[in-house]
Ligand binder design. Structure first.
Ligand code: ADP
Ligand code: ZN
Length: 611
């Protein structure tokens, strides 16, 4: 194999030889060198940013075994298989193993035959595991998904709290904690709970430039989803998130009825079914998982082409983690969210009814408000998300608001009409109603509910016919997002806020956003096409397909996901370059020493069969 000019660094040499990559990305190099030198590190990097290499390379370079603590028991086998395909000696210990298997792994650990050992966190509170680790040589501790130590987050794992003891027990072993959660609060909590205040903190850019962010008004979510899949993501793998188990099941059924392969995933399914659906998602091409947020942590399938949300996520943090599961391979991908007034009403209700303290409820409200502001922004979505994480950036050119800037219009008068309807109901009649009834009043609709309550005798009845119903709903959504109205109670009643008065007495203007629906779609589509075309010349496509079928057969034979053999991006490069020799093949990104030896001849044969 040609030795590229990479200087003397052992880390770079390992990156090139084992993983087949030319260079480190972003902060990877600094992190890796810091840990190799024995330093502690806390790493914040977005999903798909390349966290794994940050501990895998130091584990290979430093003497001893790298111990990786991970909550992702169901994924350990795949992770270990992927490493073995790279020629890395890896094993795991968790509750899924029988005694004999565990013994084999323990023996390999003790005799120094492992580079990496994956451990479920609860293992570390078992005394026998601690004694085992004492008898071997440990090169580092990697604490993956470190945000699981955060008690506020929905991924909290009590066993993670025990991990602060690792440092006391093995003070000389460097620790590296990694997470894709970026907010300052979580960052600080991880540092204090894991005793990493004195570690070096690496905060990478959280931008994911290959993901196109789009947020649309929700009217008929399943139909809208179907349209997205048919026009832009035919045959692609993706994740669809829904809030409830019920809507997960219904949406999955709906997709299957429409000829699109999809499986459900939520905490109400038994463990076997969940594991089976997850495994199918990882192994099959073009399968869609419809899921609650219970799905996805640690799923490192690189070719997830879209993440769609049919309900509003509870926070920007959650939204960004979930959408981040798209496009880890760096190829163009879509993050699509459909959101409507009902989402706001429902989530407010959930917050009001939640059992936490007032402080906790305020925190949930703040999260929801930030999410609403993102949905209703007329600025670049990416700029807004990154600034939420404290990072500055320029308008991206790859989100819906950049591609088709929404117009703003002066909505002061409609806002006043809507708010004064709320005032009249409240003052004259001591009544509160939800958005639906208020909009019916404004539109002058004599529905049974309107006549029953005699709302047709109100002065405001029929004063809002200049807007259509969906436009009124958009007005309500935006007033909520701007804090100029609020919803409360079981029925989602609209009520006034402090800001409402300023609008009503004319002290404050209200700027509203108008959806440029057609334009956004067209622009988005042409953008996606361009990116895909730049990625691989047309004549390479049939070769790529041949390589894909070779890969599918190889993956099946080994019982591993296809991407464990090679990523799409690697196969695309091979299809484009058409290397004639092993030496040429070795220069393709993602082809390391072990994979070259293992699959090189087969690839060359596949290529020559095509000629
Ligand atoms: P994370 O754990 O941060 O979500 P991964 O470690 O799974 O991300 O890396 C994401 C993808 O990027 C993987 O497919 C990985 O092989 C690839 N990758 C990581 N670092 C590099 C690099 N320096 N050069 C090329 N590809 C890389
Ligand atoms: Zn943008």
């Amino acid at each position: 194999m040609a030795a590229p000019d990479i200087g003397t660094s052992e880390a770079l040499e390992t990156l090139n030889r084992v993983f087949g990559y030319d260079s480190f990305r972003g902060e990877q190099h600094a992190i890796v060198e810091h840990v190799i030198a024995g330093g502690d590190a806390l790493v914040l990097m977005p999903t798909g940013g390349g966290k794994s290499l940050c501990y895998q390379i130091p584990a290979l370079v430093r003497p001893g075994v790298g111990v990786v603590v991970s909550p992702l028991i169901a994924l350990m086998q795949d992770q270990v298989d992927a490493l073995r395909n790279l020629g890395v000696r890896a094993g795991f210990l968790n509750s899924t193993q029988d005694y004999a298997e565990r013994n084999r792994v323990e023996a390999a650990f003790l005799s120094g035959e492992l580079d990496l050992l994956y451990l479920a966190p609860e293992r570390l509170s078992v005394e026998s595991t601690v004694r085992l680790l004492d008898r071997g040589k440990i090169s580092l501790f990697a604490i993956d998904e470190a945000h699981c130590v955060s008690q506020w987050g929905h991924d909290f794992r009590p066993d993670y709290l025990m991990l602060s003891a690792v440092h006391e027990r093995w003070p000389d072993v460097p620790r590296i904690a990694l997470t894709a959660t970026a907010t300052k609060a979580t960052h600080a909590e991880i540092a204090s709970r894991l005793n990493l205040e004195n570690a070096r903190h690496f905060v990478a850019s959280f931008d994911r430039p290959n993901i196109q962010y789009r947020i649309v008004g929700k009217n008929s979510p399943q139909r809208q989803l179907l349209e997205l899949l048919r026009t832009e993501h035919q045959g692609d793998a993706g994740i669809v998130y829904c809030l409830s188990r019920n809507s997960v099941e219904k949406t999955a059924d709906f997709l299957v009825e429409n000829g699109i392969p999809a499986v459900p995933y939520h905490a109400g399914l038994d463990a076997r079914t969940r594991a089976e659906h997850q495994s199918r998602f990882l192994r099959e091409d073009g399968l869609i998982v419809v899921a609650t947020i219970a799905f996805g942590m640690g799923i490192d399938k690189p070719d997830v082409r879209f993440v769609a949300h049919l309900d509003l996520p509870k926070s920007i943090e959650g939204y960004y983690q979930e959408t981040g599961r798209a496009g880890r391979d760096g190829l163009p991908s879509t993050a699509w969210l459909a959101y409507g007034l009902q989402d706001v009403v429902q989530q407010r209700k959930m917050i009001d009814m939640s059992e936490g303290s007032e402080a906790y409820k305020r925190q949930l409200s703040a999260h929801l408000n930030a999410m609403l502001a993102l949905c209703e922004t007329v600025e670049c979505r990416r700029v807004q998300v990154l600034s939420y994480f404290g990072q500055r950036s320029e308008p991206c050119g790859n989100c819906d608001t950049c591609l088709a800037p929404p117009e703003t219009w002066d909505g002061t008068i409609p806002a006043q009409k809507l708010l004064s309807t709320i005032v009249r109901l409240q003052n004259e009649r001591r009544q509160k109603f939800g958005a639906g009834q208020i909009i019916d009043i404004l539109l002058g609709k004599s529905t049974p509910k309107v006549t029953q309550h005699r709302h047709d005798s109100l002065k405001v009845f029929g004063i809002g016919t200049e807007l259509k119903e969906p436009e009124w709903r958009a007005v309500v959504r935006q007033l909520l997002a701007q804090g100029l109205a609020a919803v409360e109670g079981d029925y989602g009643s609209l009520v006034l806020t402090e800001g409402s008065a300023e609008v009503l007495n004319g002290q404050r203007k209200v700027q509203l956003r108008r959806e440029p629906e057609r334009a956004a779609k067209a622009a988005a589509r042409s953008g996606a096409k361009k990116a895909a075309a730049a990625d691989m010349p047309a004549e390479a496509a049939p070769v790529f397909e041949l390589l894909r079928s070779w890969r599918a057969a190889a993956a099946k034979e080994q019982g591993v996901p296809a991407y464990v053999i090679f990523h799409d991006a690697t196969l695309r490069q091979i299809a484009t370059k058409r290397p004639a020799t092993l030496q040429e093949l070795s220069t393709v990104s993602g082809v390391g020493e072990n994979k070259l030896a293992k699959y090189g001849e087969q690839i060359l044969e596949t290529l020559s069969a095509e000629n």
